[in-house]
Design a binder for this molecule. Sequence first.
Ligand code: ACO
Length: 429
Amino acid sequence: MSKDSLTITDNRTGKSYDVPIAFGTINAMDLRQIRANSDDFGLMSYDPGLANTAATKSTITFVDGEQGILRYRGYGIEQLAERSSYLETAYLIIFGCLPTRSELQVWETEVGRHAMLHLNIQRLIETFRYNAHPMSVFISAMSSLSTLYPESREVTDPTNRRLQVERMIAKVATIGAFCYRHNQGWPFNYPDDSLSYVGNFLRMMFRMTETHYQPHPVLEHALNALWILHADHEQNAGTNAMRVIGSTHADPYSALAGAAAALYGPLHGAANEAVLRMLEQIGTVRNVPGFIDRVKKGEGRLMGFGHRVYKNYDPRCRIIKRIADEIFEVTGRNPLLDVALELERIALQDDYFMSRKLYPNVDFYSGLIYRAMNVPASLFTVLFAIPRTCGWVAQWMELLNDPEQKLSRPRQIYLGEDCRDYVPIEDRR
Ligand code: ACO
């Protein structure tokens, strides 16, 4: 018997089974052979929220939640956030290696070329009410791109896939900025490929009457680092949605819209918006202890705290705190930062949070940075979705190239009614 195996004894039958262990997992299909009798379907595992189930092998992002480590393709996010550009990191995440100078040039040119948006999509954005949530508009616009590029359904063709990837990376930034401009009632700024990806985004967002808009270098640098930190995070809810939809071979724009929809929830990517609203509601440092008491009584959550994977300080949060300091030097200090710091200080000493290993996550401080940059809270999740697009497309490409992957289709434990006869409406009580 191999040492790398698990022996399972089924006490219903007294039979024993040896199941191989590989990469610290057993293959769930190996459980199927374990049956109580010949009519039995076979054993399954039950895992709501897939908290202990690996659904894929991946070479993209490594997270060690206990140690607080995050790496893209082997490179620590600290080095990337310090030294790389968002588009270079996107290339690394999608294609697996850092680009040479000429590869980077081609990549930047191609992404820059696709940044224009078809007028149909611009008009679609204009049809939404001025106060529509930007994330709803973003999701709609992303899914609508599939109407313009029907060839994107040829998901098994690598050349076609590369074209769609360039389009997706390029267009999310334009769509995100247009969602904001529509919300504000200002005319759209078309892309300018003389600027960096991040610089161009800032221009599309904030250019008013200036002929030559130049993004503030500190804000551009900070947003670049922030977007690198948000670029991928292995199998989170949004990525899982991208993979589930991608596994049906739907076009990538539909899959991306689904991933963005998953990100929109306050337990996931909309936590940054929820954090800011929470800080505004708390208002002053004086109110922090009372708020913490209410959280401990179960009257709401401390938004921006806790993570499914990190049971230690989220490594992104440490870098984001540094970025916040740089930004506040330019924009002035937001008094809500003091509320956030006090929340963190108290929570990190409190047994409720310590015993549950609840630490600040990536969203705890990012909202304050965006607010300092004059971005409204409703746009925060869009500013998460834009950089996360490179992670989504990388995971989608990995899925399509992985011969072990199948149509995603989980099982259930049926606990409903047994077979019963249809009751005519007049006989129902
Ligand atoms: N505030 C207060 N208590 C919390 C919090 C929180 N933020 N997060 C978890 N807990 C408590 C739960 O009530 C539970 O307590 P119990 O054992 O007494 O019932 C325990 O900690 C475990 O919580 P779960 O919800 O089971 O943990 P899970 O891993 O499923 O949740 C999640 C992770 C959803 C992120 C959670 O911590 C949360 O809701 N955080 C607030 C929202 C947030 O910041 N989300 C952003 C995450 S980062 C991202 O998606 C980009």
